[in-house]
Design a protein around this ligand. Sequence first.
Ligand SMILES: C[S@@+](CC[C@H](N)C(=O)[O-])C[C@H]1O[C@@H](n2cnc3c(N)ncnc32)[C@H](O)[C@@H]1O
Length: 311
Amino acid sequence: MDYSQKISERQWNQPDKGELESHREETYIDDIIQKDHIERKLLKNLDGIGTVFDGGAGSGRFSILLAKRGLKVTHFDISQPMIDKARELAEKEGVLDRITFVKGALEDLSAYKDGEFDLVMSFDAPVSYTYPNQERVLSELVRICGKRIVISVSSRLGSLPYLANPVQKNQFILDENSEDPFVRWLVEHRAEAVEGFTIRKSELDRVMADGLLGGEQEIAEYENGGAPWCITYTFMPDELERLLGGLGVRNVRLSGPGAFGRTIPREILLKIMNDPAQKKDFLDFCYVYDSNKYVCGMGKDNLLAIGEKIL
Ligand SMILES: C[S@@+](CC[C@H](N)C(=O)[O-])C[C@H]1O[C@@H](n2cnc3c(N)ncnc32)[C@H](O)[C@@H]1O
């Protein structure tokens, strides 16, 4: 089994994962923007859709959303804690009967027939976590898709700024007193991250060229019993467009959720987020700006694509 899959299995099956992931929108402003963008994109594109496959569906943010719209959803994920959390939330929302939960890896979709699902979706980068199989996984997702595909993958242009800004995620913390362990870590290590920082041009050049985040260090940590982040493949916008086109997906539209938000400093973002009227206007405009193909690479760190499968 490839390292990304092995590492993902360990990383995402940590017991607290489902609980933490389900609170992201209470914790991080960039997640609010990104998930709001995806929700709008989905709800505008449900015509003719009855069945849905959600690959790497997590704690059910979008599988439950679509089940609540009356669609029949297969919620597929490598992580049991994620599935358990999603099942609990689906029960609360009264949609358990419309969701089939499947524990599995995107690397093997052989159980599903060609065109089995009207809509195939996969959000917040599960395809990027299947390195070095990301192209095969993409082609399998397109194979089981009958009408429309909506996916978000890691964006190379969007991820590179993180390598030159170790405190970028701090910009998006909603409440610095939150008990979320990652928030605590970010706040407590902020000074150290700045002090210890030096620009590493060779690393920037390498990621720009090969698109890989992580490598030997993660493999060694995994082999020593740790649970690092998996080796992640980041896509360029033209690459994703070309790959999907080559697989027979037509009318591909790209967007970069979070591109507008990342230009705004935290003090201003907090003012906007803490005022419901401003927040609504802001999210409305983020959707328009981030849907412009000229900024699609600069999303928070994800690149979103939507397209039609012509059978
Ligand atoms: C960042 S979360 C996104 C969850 C959800 N799609 C959302 O947008 O809220 C990524 C999810 O992908 C799942 N995942 C990671 N690698 C996977 C793989 N190889 N096969 C299936 N699921 C995977 C994780 O367990 C996790 O639930």
